[in-house]
Ligand binder design. Structure first.
Ligand code: ARG
Length: 598
């Protein structure tokens, strides 16, 4: 199905062509003066230059061609040469009815043969998820779902940090505390204990302790680095311990991501790419693009046009360990081999931009990916507290994600205290709404920008917030229920088979707020298209916020439930059902769960 802009543009293109101008001047955009018109075409201004005429003369000529078209309710040529356009109510309703009859609400997937890998977990084994992991998880999950909706085979990979210094630190600290364990005895040849000697909560204490100690104690730090080298070279006891830590950690991380409604197709870690590292290094050496620098093996990636610092990419550190870039390069080889992707998208803290630039340049230089394979770094901004300072716990520590979400849900529960609900239900719903508040608060900000986390604002039931959108949806649901329509029926395409919206408009004037709601809905396909092409979930938030506002004005202007004209009531039910469906579809793309009441 064509988008509304494509349909109107096609009409305008024909009109331009009929007047002897190039078609391309007929492109139509959404009006930036909604007080004057719904859509506008600025082509006469551009055409004027090419044809050396006055823009207003061209606009008038073109306008004459469309003025009798019943598709439009307004066709105006205005100074200096704008074409202001509005659709007839019939055209608007008919388009919306077509949307309703379409499985994807008129959105045409355009990437059915493409594959994208999205790398968006990045959690580190043995460290609980903290605030810094929130954005990649939430944005990455939304991007994956949006791309799928657009036809991609989209594969989400957690890419766990399981092969670097954190693990070395844990091994070193455990060795310091329990030197008697067999994992640390290089001569031990027997079986290792079946169970991991530490629990997840032990790890939560051990890691920060070891990390802090390594910052003060150089010898300790060196031992941790050595442990990494030993692990990576396959030392039996370390591998056994590492595997056990990995197992308990993965279970815990899965639980955490689950509770965020974030799920991965692949739970690979950095270590999975390890077998590919040695051949990869050999290959790059053969290609002659490596050199030794103070004992480390590096690839120069500086380019003439660089105006910022671009240090070489380190493949092998002087102590022999593979570094962070090395695993990322080997992982790209692995993804090429397994999926042959058209795109690899990294949703990672934007402060890692330099790292990815080095990695991308190295793989290009080495010809590891096809020239047309897109390597995209979607660097996410930081979450700050409401004053713009780094987000910390009260005692200055790193804020654990589950505590943050718990705090938000408690705030929601407080706001819901006047509801007629039993405690248990209110608690359950406050968890759903709290998570939505966090996710929406995050997603409604452009991914690359930093934002301030303001508990009061995010949990407000008014304004551009998750709770406001949910509240709107719950309101629609309750109207439908009062009209004895189940939500399941409301969101099916079946109710559009006889095109109630279209037929009802034929016989009556529709009110301004109803027209505005219809018009808002026409933007669905365009919004999803932008979100997919630009990897920009925030565009979907703008759309649903706009729809919610339009719905709420419509709701305030019209008494739906008590409407006595049965035909009219039916048309309205269809309209609000479609509104619910559009909101619901977007919430699904954003991976935000919708409660049945609140
Ligand atoms: N584990 C890394 C960190 O905590 C993030 C991983 C991001 N993804 C990647 N392919 N490098 O910094």
């Amino acid at each position: 199905m064509k988008t509304i802009l494509e349909i109107i543009s096609a009409k305008m293109m024909t009109a331009f062509a009929e007047c002897g101008y190039e078609e391309r001047f007929g492109t139509v955009v959404v009006s930036n003066r909604p007080d004057l018109c719904q859509f506008q075409c600025n082509g006469a201004m551009a055409a004027a230059k090419q044809y050396k005429k006055k823009p207003i003369d061209i606009a008038n000529e073109v306008c004459a061609k469309i003025k009798d078209d019943s598709f439009f309710s307004l066709t105006d040529a205005v100074m200096p040469g704008f074409l202001n356009l509005s659709l007839s109510d019939q055209a608007l309703a008919s388009f919306v009815a077509d949307m309703g009859a379409d499985e994807k609400l008129g959105f045409e997937p355009q990437n059915k043969k493409k594959t994208a890998v999205i790398d968006y977990g990045g959690a580190n084994v043995a460290k609980p998820l903290h605030v810094g992991h929130l954005r990649p998880a939430i944005i990455g999950e939304a991007v994956k779902r949006i791309l799928r909706f657009d036809g991609y085979k989209a594969i989400g990979d957690a890419h766990l940090g399981d092969w670097g210094l954190p693990i070395g630190l844990i091994i070193t600290e455990m060795k310091a505390r329990h030197p008697e364990l067999p994992y640390f005895d290089p001569d031990y040849e027997g079986e290792y204990p079946e169970e991991c000697p530490v629990s997840i909560s032990d790890l939560e204490e051990i890691y920060p302790f070891a990390s802090a100690r390594s910052k003060e104690d150089e010898d300790y730090r060196n031992r941790a680095r050595e442990a990494v080298v030993d692990l990576q070279s396959g030392r039996r006891g370390y591998i056994a311990l590492w595997k056990q830590i990995m197992d308990i950690s993965k279970v815990d991380l899965k639980k955490n991501y689950d509770s965020l409604n974030v799920d991965f197709d692949l739970w690979n870690g950095e270590s999975d790419a390890d077998p590919l590292i040695a051949p990869m290094i050999e290959d790059l050496q053969k290609k002659g693009i490596t050199r030794l620098s103070d004992g480390a093996l590096v690839v120069d990636v500086k380019e003439e046009s660089d105006n910022k610092e671009m240090p070489p990419c380190i493949l092998r550190k002087s102590d022999g360990a593979a570094g962070y870039p090395t695993t990322d390069i080997a992982t790209i080889i692995q993804r090429e081999r397994d999926f042959d992707p058209d795109k690899i998208i990294y949703v990672v803290d934007k402060r890692q931009g330099l790292h990815f630039e080095q990695v991308f340049r190295t793989v290009r230089k080495a010809g590891i990916v096809k020239p047309e394979t897109e390597l995209i770094f979607l660097g996410n901004g930081t979450i700050n507290d409401k004053f713009g300072h780094p987000f910390k716990t009260r005692d200055g520590g790193v804020m654990r994600l589950e505590y943050l979400i718990g705090d938000v849900a408690d705030k929601v529960l407080e706001k819901m205290s006047d509801r007629d609900m039993d405690r248990e239900e209110a608690y359950r719903i406050s968890r759903i709404v709290g998570l939505a508040a966090v996710k929406y608060g995050d997603l409604s900000n452009q991914a690359t920008k930093d934002y301030n986390f303001d508990l009061d604002r995010f949990t407000s039931f008014e304004g551009n917030t998750g709770p406001y959108i949910l509240y709107t949806m719950v309101r629609i649901r309750s109207i439908l229920e009062k009209c004895r329509v189940s939500v399941d029926d409301a969101v099916s395409t079946a109710i559009f088979e006889n095109r109630d919206i279209a037929s009802i408009c034929r016989n009556r004037e529709i009110s301004a707020s109803e027209r505005e709601l219809l018009l808002g809905l026409t933007d669905f396909a365009q919004s999803v298209r932008h979100a997919s092409d630009e990897l920009a979930p925030h565009k979907l938030c703008s759309f649903i916020y706009d729809i919610s506002n339009r719905f709420n004005s419509f709701y305030h202007d019209n008494k739906i439930i008590s409407e006595e004209n049965e035909e009219l009531k039916k048309a309205w039910i269809v309209l609000i059902s479609l509104t619910y469906r559009a909101l619901d579809c977007i919430m699904e793309l954003l991976a935000v769960t919708v409660p049945e009441k609140m």
